[in-house]
Ligand binder design. Structure first.
Ligand code: SF4
Length: 443
């Protein structure tokens, strides 16, 4: 039975990859994606809980969709993702009356049964695998794809909802990961991003399937080696690793040919006292050790990080420790967040959110200015050099068509090109560099 669905996704790459699996299931069931929500039979929101503002936006959208339901009583409204996953006491569900489906993402395989219960005319009798990770994701952005290798997290950083919304760490079988990647390579994918909450803590539940020639013992390093053997996958990277699991063996595996010259390693803060309150389980010194070894083995690597400013009790001096570490590492990019308390977390229960909103803003701006200055300076070093770009899109600027893509250092690069270049890997000589963009000409 055909039906029309409208799916909205918020949040991280993991959520986007989950939505690719949702789409795969819905389309198997006869669903057709539609842009106009007014015409949809089913509206699904895959939500993010990382900040209160992200959840507030969902409440606003649900109110809009409930107005559509007044005109079309058959409309099904569904909420999944982090909001549903973390709602252990049912409070969020209770505040969303009128919503028909409210489910953790791992339960998406129940959708056919639930939809048939609400709309018998949409009943579908096909087979669904019991584990949602066995669903083949729809890959809309060829030649790039995400491959989830792990869900959940055991770390319980005191500010984070992920262990509540996604549960404990669960690693996918090695065989499933390699099978999915080979099938993506057959479809034309050349760049794969491995996804996990702490991707480098990966432990293969079926380690007997590692090749006998694989020289690595650490399972994540060994997985990187296996990925390097898959014909067609010439660009590989991963997100997000945890500093405490960043072993020398993993850094060695990052020197293999497919690995991109980029490492995103969240530090969150430059003060050991704050890191302890965050329950990060690593010190600044641990972080710097991993960073120094990475630089020694891969001197040309670019580095990214995540930082939270204004965590509970963070003094001005402790914030300045973060600034000092930022300068020392000389990060290429950082995702900066102002601390926002999340109900249910240890920090929400145990600490006071005592850094004022203005102070958080000031600290955020200080780091932002620092980041932009460093990024501009570091990008200048590319001028006159060649970078290898995987073309992702083509846009016209006046009379000239430009193509855009990332270099192996994950620097956004543009140069004159055409839509036929999309999906190609092209060498580009950089002629000009800005804070966030390299410009050049194909070689
Ligand atoms: S490592 Fe910490 S921040 Fe990352 S998902 Fe786990 S609990 Fe959250």
């Amino acid at each position: 039975m055909n039906f029309q669905y409208h799916l909205i996704t918020y949040g991280c790459q993991m959520n986007k990859n989950d939505s690719e699996r949702l789409e795969s299931l819905l389309q198997h069931m006869g669903g057709v994606p539609i842009k106009e929500k007014e015409k949809a039979d089913l509206i699904l929101l895959n939500t993010c809980s990382v900040r209160q503002t992200a959840e507030d936006r969902i409440y606003g959208q649900v109110r809009t969709f409930l107005r559509l339901k007044e005109k079309n009583s058959k409309l099904i409204i569904g909420i999944t993702g982090c909001m549903a996953g973390r709602d252990k006491n049912g409070k969020i569900r209770a505040s969303l009356s009128g919503v028909d489906l409210f489910f953790a993402i791992k339960d998406m395989t129940e959708l056919p049964r639930w939809i048939a219960g609400l709309r018998p005319d949409l009943a579908w009798k096909g087979e669904v695998p019991p584990d949602y990770l066995s669903l083949d994701p729809i890959t809309p952005h060829l030649p790039q794809a995400f491959v989830t290798i792990q869900t959940g997290c055991n770390n319980f950083c005191s500010y984070c909802v992920v262990p509540f919304s996604r549960g404990r760490e669960k690693n996918r079988p090695l065989q499933d990961i390699l099978k999915e990647t080979r099938s993506l390579a057959d479809k034309g994918v050349v760049e794969v991003t491995l996804l996990g909450q702490t991707v480098n803590s990966y432990v293969a539940p079926d380690s007997e399937h590692f090749s006998s020639q694989n020289p690595f013992h650490h399972h994540f390093a060994a997985l990187l080696w296996e990925m390097n053997q898959i014909p067609g996958i010439s660009r590989l990277h991963f997100t997000a690793p945890h500093p405490k699991n960043m072993s020398e063996e993993i850094i060695e595996a990052m020197t293999l040919p497919a690995h991109l010259s980029f490492l995103h390693l969240p530090i969150q803060c430059g003060s050991n006292e704050v890191l302890q309150r965050m329950n990060r389980k690593h010190t600044v010194e641990d972080y710097l050790r991993a960073f120094e070894y990475t630089k020694k083995r891969i001197p040309w690597i670019t580095l990214g990080t995540d930082i939270i400013v204004g965590f509970c009790g963070e003094t001005k001096e402790q914030f300045q420790e973060t600034v000092k570490v930022y300068k020392e590492v000389d990060f290429d990019i950082a995702y900066l967040a102002r601390y926002s308390p999340r109900s249910g977390t240890a920090a929400w229960r145990a600490f006071k959110d005592d850094v004022s909103r203005e102070e958080k803003k000031e600290r955020w701006e200080e780091l932002q200015v620092l980041m932009e200055g460093i990024s501009f300076r570091k990008n200048q070093a590319y001028v006159g050099n060649e970078v290898s770009v995987l073309v992702e899109r083509c846009e016209k600027a006046g009379e000239i068509a430009y193509v855009y893509g990332n270099s192996r250092e994950l620097k956004l690069t543009r140069f004159p090109g055409e839509s036929e270049d999309i999906g190609k890997i092209i060498s580009v000589k950089v002629t000009r560099a800005d804070t966030w963009l390299l410009e050049g000409v194909r070689v």
